[in-house]
Design a binder for this molecule. Structure first.
Ligand code: CUA
Length: 151
């Protein structure tokens, strides 16, 4: 009888620990793709909105920023964004898993092939912002970056 109680306590404790570890790993890792739209990584260039990458005005002080990650760069690489504008970032990968981190902001996305990840951000300060890949994606990973200009 007593053994059974200890067994239950043991298993219960294990479940609690595993849950804590699982939740912790999830909370501290990258956000999973927020939009699980499936698209063919081979056909990114012809799939809207990625057939027209770059900044697109969609409303009063509101823009859509379409980005494509590919080993080992981001496209396009000459983006200029008005300060304070609401920017809906949409990104996908043409090959492997990349990361998209904008230094100095809380923008940190996982970029997986076949998925569209999206996030809305507003740049309050003008300047040049560095976009880095923060998921190891191959030999050129360290060099995978670009800048966007906020004016
Ligand atoms: Cu792309 Cu690391």
């Amino acid at each position: 009888k007593l053994e059974k109680i200890w067994l239950i306590i043991g298993v219960g404790t294990l479940v609690v620990f595993l849950t804590i570890i699982g939740v912790g790993a999830f909370a501290h890792g990258n956000e999973p793709p927020s939009d699980l739209t499936i698209l063919d990584p081979q056909k990114v260039d012809e799939t809207p909105p990625f057939n027209e990458p770059g900044l697109k005005k969609i409303g009063e002080n509101e823009y859509e920023l379409i980005l494509i990650a590919q080993a080992f760069s981001f496209f396009p690489n000459d983006v200029k964004i008005p300060k304070g504008a609401t920017v809906h970032i949409k990104v996908t990968s043409k090959d492997v898993v990349h990361g998209l981190q904008i230094v100095g902001t809380n923008v940190n996305m996982m970029v997986t092939p076949g998925h569209v990840n999206s996030l809305t951000y507003s740049f309050k300060e003008p300047g040049n912002y560095l976009i880095l890949c923060n998921e190891y994606c191959g030999v050129g990973h360290q060099a995978m970056s670009t800048t966007i200009e906020v004016t």
